[in-house]
Structure formats: structure tokens, C-alpha cells
Design a protein around this ligand. Sequence first.
Ligand SMILES: NC(=O)c1ccc[n+]([C@@H]2O[C@H](COP(=O)([O-])OP(=O)(O)OC[C@H]3O[C@@H](n4cnc5c(N)ncnc54)[C@H](O)[C@@H]3O)[C@@H](O)[C@H]2O)c1
Length: 416
Amino acid sequence: MGISVGLVGLGSFGSAFAPLFKSHPLVDRIGLCDMEADRVARYAESPFFRDKFRPQDAYTSLQQMCAADFDALVIITQPWLHAPQCVQAMEAGKHVYSAVPIISIPDDEETLGWIDKLVETSRRTGLFYMLGETTVYRPQTMFCRRQAAAGGFGDFVYAEGEYCHDVDAQCNLRQVASSRTSNKAGRNHAAEVGKYTARGCKGGPMHYPTHSTSGPVNVMRAHATRVTAYGYANATGDPFFRNSAFSNEVALFQMSNGATVRIAETRESPGQLGGESETFRIMGTRGTFSENRFFSIQRPADPANLEALPSPSRQTLDVADMRDPLPADVTQAFKRAMHQDVDETDLQNIDFNPRGHGGSHPYLVHEFVEAVAQERQPLINIWEAARYMVMGIRAHQSALQDGERLEVPDWGDPPR
Ligand SMILES: NC(=O)c1ccc[n+]([C@@H]2O[C@H](COP(=O)([O-])OP(=O)(O)OC[C@H]3O[C@@H](n4cnc5c(N)ncnc54)[C@H](O)[C@@H]3O)[C@@H](O)[C@H]2O)c1
């Protein structure tokens, strides 16, 4: 028997996930919810949704979703709403999936309080929380995870991660902010942010840190212990940054495994440093990963023996080499979701080409659905997600104190 899932938030990002959750073979029934009723209504009219979406499973409030009998809720609402909504869902007995970040608000201590509350709620209720961090299911991360598990990196030495998204890039952050604050759920946001600013709390890009921090943390299975960070403050009076202390922030972390990690979060700097705007690179004593290349070395047992020279190698990988496989029935179902108008014969001739943030979307859906169905912690559980998030929060606090070196708290590993 499969599970039932309710998706809350059918804006631009949630609508990309609705067909994938609906299609997963382990999902028997889907509910859809948005405060904007027309965003739900379009699915009621879609033949593609008819087999799993019943008219009585259309909702316009999270409260109604919590009262209904779904096994799990998927929260893809505005970023400042996630944490309280996820706590509400778990208190109502639902497993929960959250879009990133855990929460994005200007007050660092309040954010740390929400992380603590989510950890406590997941532990006490035994319900699973998963953060939908796309970087964790990019092909590069999957490849590095396998290499790390096989010991291919040796001891980790250094990693760098970044999320470079200029405010005026093609996905324009002014338009995104305007769209998220123009619907019912977002209308009060400016007033709420004003209250934080009035008591001296100012934001920065490190309040949305999970795209850059998750790669190194997830691959190395390590957490940050100390941080020193600096910020660049917008100098042109750009209104987009009026409630932000910085438009760009860079941090250096000491990690629990002895490695050093550099994280950059930039919003006022065009282009990107690496091959992707959200990416990471990792160096170990025996292997280094960068973009789509893996460099490794077999050192001789006796390094002083000049007769037995080391053998370095360089592997150039394509995306298909880097990805993990998905089960055949899941691949087939997702292909159908991605090509709804194609007939069955033609569908067999189409290759599965995962889409959305490096093809991560189908993998995120599969991981959450399978974890709930198998009653196991998802890979990006709240203990793991806390490690990505707290790096940004403590980095921002350090930058506000002109690079003061700060300790980074850790909530440990999930209960077995
Ligand atoms: N790479 C990534 O992981 C990535 C990329 C894009 C967006 N996101 C995240 O996805 C989230 C959604 O972004 P978006 O652009 O789709 O926002 P959006 O404003 O377009 O959509 C949010 C929707 O949630 C609904 N909503 C909010 N509270 C609700 C409630 N209590 N009950 C019912 N509906 C409610 C709103 O009505 C709205 O339709 C954001 O948090 C963002 O951070 C992540």
C-alpha cells in the first residue's frame, strides 16, 4: 500500500513538484492546497491528476490540510513561513517536506530557535522532516557521495561552495520578491520585516545558505565547528538591499573532520565562479572533485621508494555517469509526468532526462516518498539540514561583528 501526500503552496516552485509527487508509484492519493483558490482549481480540471486527486482533496488553508488524513505534507510556501508551518504539520501527525531554506527571517537567534524547535518536534513525535535542498541531488553531489563512501577522497582537506545569484540575473530577484509578496500569504511581509529592522535585525545572503553549504557537509559527513566571515555592503542605495546588512558574504569554516571550507553567498555580483552558479569543489589527500572532473592518485606504500612512482589519474565525467539510478517504475512514472501529452509508444522512445536544478527535483521527490513509505529518516533529515542552515546563520553573525571567530552549534545525528 502506498502513502497519501498533501502539497501546500502551488506557486511557481510548488507547481513544478505537483506532477512529480502525483506520479510517484508509492503515492496513492494527493491533496493540493493554496490560499489562492485558482492555483488549486487548475489541477481539478487536469485529466493527468484525475487518478489520484479527488475534488474533496482541494484545500485553501494549511489548517484544513493538517486536519485531513494525509500521511505527509509537502510545504512549498514563501521562505519565511516554512519552519512554523512544518512544526504545525508535525504536531498534526504528518511527516513533512520543506522547500529551502529551513526559514529565512532577519533575526539570527530566532532562526536558531526554529531549528531547535524542529529538531525537538521531529525527535518527540518520531515524524520525519526533509529539507528539499536541490544541491544534494545534483549529479556532482551524487558522484562525490559515492566516491566519499568508497574512500576515494582519502582524508578531506578543503572544500568551497557558492551560490552566486545576482539580484538582476535572468531569474530576477526583484521580480521573485514582488511575486512572493503580492499574494495573500505574502502581503504582510514588508510590515513584518519592518518590525525586525526597527529592532536592529538586518539580513544578508547567508540567510539563504543551503545551496552552498550542503554540498561540502553532505559529501564529507562533517559539520562546521568555527567560522569567520566578512560581508560586502551595497554602496549604491539599491532599495532591494535596504533591509540587508550585506549584499555579498564570504565565510571560512573549520569542520569537525579537520577540513577547511570556504562558502560564498553573492547577490550583487554578476556571473559565477565555477561551472554552475550553485556548486562546490572538494579536495582530499587522495582525490579532488571540481566541476565534472575527478583527480585521484594511488600513492606507493613506501613514499621514499623512488622506484615505485605514484600514478595520478584524471577522470572527466558526463552527467549520466555522475547520477545515481532511480528504480525503473519511478523513472517510467516521472517520464510520464514530464511528457503528459505523449502517447505510450512514443514515451518508450524518450530517454529519462531529469529536470529542475541539475535534475534534482525527481530525486528529491523519490527520496521523501520512499523514506515515508519505508518508515526511515530521509537523507536530508532535520539534523542534517540544521548543519547546512546554521553555517549561514553563524557566518552572518560573524560578518556583523567584522569577522569575529564564532563557535557553530550542532544538533548531532538523527536517532536510530
Ligand atoms: N532551488 C531551490 O531549492 C528553490 C528554487 C525556487 C524556490 N525555492 C523555494 O520554494 C518556495 C516557494 O517559492 P515560490 O517562488 O513558488 O513562491 P510563491 O509565492 O510563488 O508560492 C508560494 C505559495 O504558497 C502559498 N501559501 C503560503 N502560505 C500558505 C498557507 N498557509 N496555506 C496555503 N497556501 C499557502 C501562497 O499562496 C503561494 O501560492 C520558497 O520558499 C523558495 O525558497 C527553492
